[in-house]
Design a protein around this ligand. Structure first.
Ligand SMILES: [Ca+2]
Ligand SMILES: [Ca+2]
Length: 344
């Protein structure tokens, strides 16, 4: 296994250069706002994660290579490119005992992954939220707290409903702690606050197009209050998507289990139901398959045991030195000592 990991790492390092050299692909004459690039061949989480034993989740299928952002009239078109063509939902494949097909349940042309984009719009230490969406089990660095998140997911309406229910539960509990049982007026007030917060902070794209290995999604300028800027911080993560309707309540709360917001969990060994290669005795291990990091820290560290918090990438940030030599061993447990996040 170490041999396999080493060769995968070498592959990743070898292709990172190629990726950054072919950024300016032809687009439809619109201006590029920024590009986030990620190495090829690192769709392995902490270095040990393995895909579920499923034909529709081949290695490479959640290997993110690029996220391009293009300015359009009313908003931003994002283009995420993976290492392999995106698997389309099938009309003949049923999802669970409900008898619903993949194509019925996932209507936007993809169903195997979620893409989270956390956006730090003020770059102020300690400002914004550092928790990620339920089930991602990751913490952002204090200098990278997000004000906005774009969550590309196969079932955006259902995901939004679930997140609202979760936030509502937390908000009600907090309010009850402060002022005891809630009357109808107070309960409605809490509901209104949560609805406003959700609308202001979280966007679930529904203008989505899948072409080959690329998924395009549109985010209106209303959401960001203008075009997203290259001076902002961006933290981008890919998880496996679950289309099943079952809701695991403790996990749904985002802390005690891996199910979370339509996320495929990770566990030790191999399985058809989840990602394999998980650490023993670590039920809160992040099931993130691929994510972007700034120089100075590795994906394997961020997803490893005793992980340092995850710093965002600033496309227009000051030139940073190349990753230190120790990053080469990022997948080994003894190299997981946290490198101070640059956060700039
Ligand atoms: Ca990648
Ligand atoms: Ca990566």
């Amino acid at each position: 296994m170490p041999l396999l990991r080493r060769s995968t790492l070498l592959l990743a390092l070898g292709t990172a250069v190629l990726v950054s050299a072919c950024l300016s692909r032809g687009t439809r004459g619109v201006s590029s706002l920024f590009t986030l690039a990620d190495p090829r061949g690192d769709d392995h989480g902490d270095g040990e994660l393995r895909y579920p034993l499923r034909e529709d989740m081949a290695p490479g299928s959640m290997d993110l290579l690029l996220l391009d952002a293009y300015a359009e009239d009313e908003g931003t078109r994002f283009e995420a490119t993976f290492a392999r063509p995106i698997v389309r939902p099938q009309a003949g494949q049923t999802v669970d005992l409900s008898g619903e097909s993949q194509a019925q349940r996932a209507r936007f042309g993809f169903y195997t992954f979620n893409l989270d984009l956390y956006v730090d719009t003020d770059r102020v230490e300690g400002s914004g939220r550092t928790e990620t969406m339920p089930g991602r089990n990751l913490q952002l660095a204090p200098g990278s707290g997000w004000e906005k998140v774009v969550l590309l997911t196969p079932r955006p309406y259902e995901a939004r409903d679930r997140l609202r229910a979760l936030w509502l539960q937390v908000a009600r509990e907090e309010r009850q702690k402060q002022q005891g049982p809630l009357g109808e007026a107070a309960a409605r007030e809490v509901e209104g606050e949560v609805a406003r917060e959700l609308t202001a902070r979280v966007f679930f794209p529904t203008r989505v197009r899948v072409t080959g290995a690329t998924v395009e999604f549109f985010v209106p300028n209303d959401f960001f209050g203008g075009a997203p800027r290259p001076e902002w911080g961006y933290a981008l993560a890919v998880t496996g998507a679950s289309l099943e309707n079952k809701v695991d309540m403790p996990a749904f709360l985002g802390k005690t289990g891996p199910q979370g917001l339509m996320v495929l969990p990770i566990g030790p060994g191999d399985s058809k139901e989840r990602f394999g290669g998980g650490r023993l005795g670590d039920p809160n291990q992040s099931p993130v398959v691929d994510l972007i990091v700034p120089p100075g820290i590795t994906q394997e560290q961020v997803l490893g045991p005793n992980a340092p918090p995850w710093p965002a990438v600033v496309p227009a940030g000051p030139a940073t030195p190349a990753a230190p030599e120790s990053a080469l061993d990022g997948g080994t447990p003894d190299a997981a000592a946290p490198t101070p996040p640059t956060g700039e």
